[in-house]
Write a protein that binds this ligand. Structure first.
Ligand code: ASP
Ligand code: MG
Length: 412
C-alpha cells in the first residue's frame, strides 16, 4: 500500500473556497492510486479565538480544559473537509486524536507524542481511501485530550508519516517553500530547492515559523522526506531531507534572525565552582530557555557572565537573579531588550574555514557592532543592536551569494 501524508495549515482551510483548493491537492495522489492521510489544522484564527475565550473565562485556565477547548478547532476543519470528500463519492472519514489514537504524555498544551497505532490506521486504510486526521491533538493514558503546542499539526503529520512509512509528507502552507531568509525583509530572498534537517532545525529554532521544531526532529530521527509547498500553486516547494553529497557545495543556505531576545550581564560575579549552576538552575526550573552564554576569563577571582533569554522572560529572569544576587556576589546587573540574533546557517561550513570572518567583515563594512558571538558546527550567530536587523540580513544575504540576482548571474 502506497501512502502519502499531506498536511494543510490554517490559511489553507480557512473557508470553503480554500478547502476546495485543498481538495484538488488531495485528489492528486488519490487519483494515482495512493492511500492518502490528510492532516488538518484549525481554520486560521480559530485557535487564537479559542485561547482568547479561555482568557476571558479564567485568569489561570486549567491546562487540561484548555486542551479540550482548543482541540475543537481541528475537529471542525476535519469534519467539514471530510464532507467535501464524501460528496465526491470518496471513501473517507475523519479521525480525531483519541480515535487514531495518537498517544501522548500528559504535558497539557505542549504534549509529546509517545506512540501512534500504525496497525490500526493501516487497517482503516484498507476500508477507506482517505483518512482526515485532526492535527495538533492527541490523548494521554487517562483518555484526556492533549495538544502538541502551537504549530503542532506539522508534528502530527510527520509523526504519522513516520509510523506509516509514507512515501512523502507534504506540508502545504501559504508560502511556496523555505526561503534563504525572510522575503519581507530582503527582496532578494529565494526559495530553496532542498534544505537539510539540521539546517531546518537551526532555522526553526531561530523563529522561522514554516515548520514546528518538533516536526523536524521527528523527520530527522525517522528519515521522513518532507516537502514544504504552497496550497495555492502547483510549484514544487522545498524538500527537507538528509544531507547528500551535492549539498556540500552550498556553503551557506540561509540567514535567520530572532528579535525575541534580551541580553543580561552579571558583572563581576565570583569565579568559583558552582556559580553557573547556581545561576542557570533556577532559571531552567522556571522553564526559561537560555540561549547564548558567554563567560569571560577571570581577573582577581571575578568574572562577567552574559547570556540571552526570550524577551518575554526578561523580568522573571531579573527577579530570579535578584534572589540569588548575594550568592553570586555580583556587583552589577545590566540588561538590554533592543537586541537581535542573526545567524548564518549552512552544512557546508562543516568543512570550510573563513565563514565567520567573512560574516564579521561584512558587518564591519556596514558599521554594525557585534555584541556577542556564538557558533555551532553549521551556524554562526551574532547578537547585534535591533535597529540594524534589516541591514545585517541584507548584507549577509548578499555576502554569501544568496541573492536572487547572484544566482541568475551564475545561470547566464
Ligand atoms: N491550530 C494549531 C495552531 O494554531 C495547530 C496548528 O495549526 O499547527 O497552533
Ligand atoms: Mg504552522
Amino acid at each position: 500500500m502506497n501512502i502519502v501524508v499531506q498536511k494543510f495549515g490554517g490559511t489553507s482551510v480557512r473557508n470553503l473556497k480554500c478547502m476546495k483548493q485543498v481538495l484538488e491537492k488531495v485528489l492528486v495522489p488519490y487519483n494515482k492510486g495512493n492511500k492518502v492521510v490528510v492532516v488538518l489544522s484549525a481554520m486560521s484564527g480559530e485557535t487564537n479565538r479559542l485561547l482568547g475565550l479561555a482568557d476571558e473565562w479564567s485568569s489561570t485556565p486549567d491546562k487540561a480544559e484548555l486542551d479540550s477547548l482548543v482541540s475543537t478547532g481541528e475537529q471542525v476543519s476535519t469534519a467539514l473537509f471530510t464532507m467535501l470528500l464524501k460528496d465526491k463519492g470518496i471513501k473517507a472519514r475523519s479521525l480525531l486524536g483519541f480515535q487514531a489514537p495518537i498517544k501522548t504524555n500528559s504535558a497539557f498544551t505542549r504534549a509529546r507524542i509517545l506512540n501512534i497505532d500504525n496497525e490500526k490506521i493501516k487497517s482503516m486504510l484498507e476500508e477507506y481511501d482517505i483518512l482526515v486526521v485532526a492535527g495538533f491533538q492527541g490523548c494521554d493514558e487517562n483518555q484526556r485530550i492533549t495538544t502538541l503546542g502551537r504549530g503542532g499539526s506539522d508534528t502530527s503529520a510527520v509523526a504519522i508519516a513516520a509510523v506509516l512509512k509514507a512515501e512523502v509528507c507534504e506540508i502545504f502552507t501559504d508560502v511556496p517553500g523555505v526561503f534563504t531568509t525572510d522575503p519581507n525583509i530582503c527582496s532578494q530572498a529565494r526559495k530553496l530547492d532542498t534544505v537539510t534537517y539540521d539546517e531546518m532545525l537551526e532555522m526553526a529554532s531561530m523563529g522561522a515559523k514554516v515548520l514546528q521544531i518538533r516536526s523536524v526532529e521527528f523527520a530527522k530521527k525517522y528519515n521522513v522526506k518532507v516537502h514544504v509547498r504552497s496550497t495555492f500553486s502547483d510549484e514544487i516547494g522545498t524538500y527537507v531531507t538528509q544531507e547528500d553529497k551535492k549539498m556540500e557545495s552550498l556553503l551557506v543556505s540561509g540567514i535567520a534572525y530572532d528579535k525575541d531576545q534580551a541580553r543580561i550581564t552579571l558583572a563581576r560575579v565570583k569565579d568559583v565552582p558552582g556559580v553557573s549552576a547556581s545561576l542557570f538552575t533556577p532559571i531552567a526550573e522556571q522553564g526559561i530557555l537560555v540561549d547564548m552564554i558567554v563567560q569571560n576569563p577571570s581577573r582577581d577571582g571575578r568574572t562577567d557572565m552574559t547570556f540571552t533569554v526570550p524577551r518575554a522572560d526578561l523580568n522573571k529572569t531579573l527577579e530570579i537573579i535578584d534572589s540569588i544576587r548575594e550568592e553570586m556576589g555580583t556587583e552589577e546587573v545590566l540588561y538590554d531588550k533592543n537586541v537581535c540574533k542573526i545567524s548564518v546557517i549552512g552544512v557546508g561550513m562543516r568543512n570550510h574555514s573563513g565563514v565567520a570572518s567573512k560574516a564579521f567583515k561584512a558587518l564591519r563594512e556596514d558599521n554594525i557592532n557585534i555584541l556577542m558571538i556564538s557558533t555551532s558546527e553549521i551556524k554562526i550567530t551574532c547578537l547585534i543592536e535591533e535597529k540594524y536587523t534589516e541591514l545585517a540580513i541584507r548584507t549577509l544575504h548578499n555576502t554569501f551569494g544568496l541573492d536572487q540576482s547572484a544566482v541568475e548571474e551564475n545561470l547566464n
